[in-house]
Design a protein around this ligand. Structure first.
Ligand code: HSE
Length: 437
């Protein structure tokens, strides 16, 4: 039986998962592929700490050259993460005519153009299914299944750690810090958890998704990003009273010639499918002109689910090799060579619904001063709730709005927060309701 030799760079959580799957499912893979995938070398700086899977000692090395320069190895799996030296290793592998599989979303979101161009020039394949949505085949769906569609919008839960934290805060009333620790212990979180909770990891995934959906490069700095560290139990409670759940959503909407791209905590209706995506699960609600509405749901992170996506790429590339072809599907932007910047809308121009929690003194006339400023800025109120009564100190006044423009909202809140009756900075959470239906 033909053998295809593979080298692995990065023996962390997902790397160990890949080794496990290669070992445990070897007969099944052989049967389905008609060839044997042979893991020849594993590169990591740490080759002594025991992992979840045991490997022969001589398979481990700290010398990346043993993979990059081995002519027998034809596919390199990069799972070390980070920008450098991962980028140099990937480029070197490609220059040495090796195909690459990677889960490195941070690298692809920032240097994808150079990496994909190199893959084209060298005539090698690059698989990156595990970079977005863990085990969910969203990359393949966008690159292949929906190739005849125009993508109208994507609403996604793309970060398992944030979703796990928000789920636990909502269902169990737990505090943010304790739940973050749990997510880290379970292996969902990035090495630097601020990537998860500040929306950076989601932005990387949205940038990759946008490129595939709208055919171009995305300037990461132009994607609006807001994380979940400011989410308070009070807002989770009020959201519930209003019939909403709070999720960290990645949103992309086609608006004529531009794309609205934003990441922020969002209130969504209880009865929408995205509201039932809990724990570390991810999901993508994609609407398109032909296929209409697609919902993809699954494990967004973790050792074996992410390894499953890596294996899918590995087998795809191996199948190409066995047929003597490469680059059957362009690695980027739906066709070779197309790499213009995607025009993203300015955040100030977006129009959506808003939730505000004002912290104000409880006196007659307070609400009219606040609503006066909102009205002056063309912000129309949908509901007002005030709970509790305090003769001293502040009370929460919760307001939801009809569709309003972000620019006007920012201007109004600036003015309101300067009022002598307002005690704390106003909390703003965007609402997606009708657009999701
Ligand atoms: N830290 C990421 C998450 C891992 O929590 O979703 C998968 O990319």
């Amino acid at each position: 039986m033909k053998k295809i030799y593979v080298g692995l760079i990065g023996f962390g959580t997902v790397g160990a998962g890949v080794v496990k799957l290669l070992r445990n499912n070897d007969h099944l893979l052989e049967e389905r592929l008609g060839a044997r995938l042979v893991l020849k070398k594993i590169v990591d700086l740490d080759i002594t700490t025991p992992r979840d899977v045991s490997v022969e000692k001589d398979m481990l090395t700290q010398d990346v050259g043993e993979v990059l320069n081995d002519p027998e190895i034809s596919i390199v799996i990069e799972l070390m993460g980070g920008y450098e030296p991962a980028k140099s290793f990937i480029l070197k592998a490609m220059h040495n005519k090796k195909h690459v599989v990677t889960a490195n979303k941070a690298l692809l979101a920032t240097c994808g153009d150079e990496i994909f161009k190199t893959a084209e020039e060298e005539g090698v394949d690059i698989g990156f299914e595990a970079s977005v949505g863990g085990a969910i085949p969203v990359i393949k769906t966008l690159k292949e299944s929906l190739i005849a569609d125009r993508i109208e919008s994507i609403f996604g839960i793309m970060n398992g750690t944030s979703n796990y934290i928000l789920t636990k805060m909502t269902d169990e009333g737990n505090n943010f810090t304790d739940v973050l620790k749990e997510a880290q212990d379970m292996g969902y979180a990035e090495a630097d958890p601020t990537f998860d909770i500040d929306g950076i990891d989601t932005a990387h995934k949205l940038a990759i998704t946008l490129s595939l959906s709208y055919g171009g490069r995305v300037k990461l700095d132009d994607v609006y990003m807001e994380g979940i560290s400011g989410i308070d139990q009070k807002d989770i409670g009020f959201a519930g009273d209003l019939g909403y759940k709070i999720k960290l959503l990645a949103i992309a909407i086609r608006r004529g010639g531009a794309i609205e791209a934003r990441i922020h905590p969002t209130m969504i209706p209880f009865d929408h499918l995205l509201a039932s995506v809990n724990g570390n699960f991810n999901a993508f609600h994609i609407t398109c002109d032909a296929a209409d509405s697609i919902f993809l749901y699954g494990q967004g992170s973790g050792m074996i689910p992410s390894a499953s996506a890596v294996m899918g790429d590995l087998v795809d590339i191996s199948r190409n090799m066995l047929k003597g072809i490469t680059r059957r599907v362009s690695s980027r932007f739906r066709r070779e060579g197309a790499a213009e910047d995607i025009k993203l809308m300015s955040m100030e121009d977006i129009v959506t619904n808003y939730y505000f929690r004002f912290s104000a003194v409880d006196h007659p006339g307070v609400l009219s001063r606040i609503s006066g400023i909102l009205g002056k800025n063309d912000i129309s109120l949908a509901s007002v709730i005030q709970k509790g009564r305090k003769h001293t100190g502040a009370v929460p006044i919760v307001v939801t709005t009809h569709e309003s423009q972000e620019k006007n909202v920012r201007k109004a809140l600036k003015e309101i927060d300067r009022l002598d009756i307002v005690r704390e900075k106003t909390i703003l959470i965007r609402i997606e309701d009708d657009r999701l239906r």
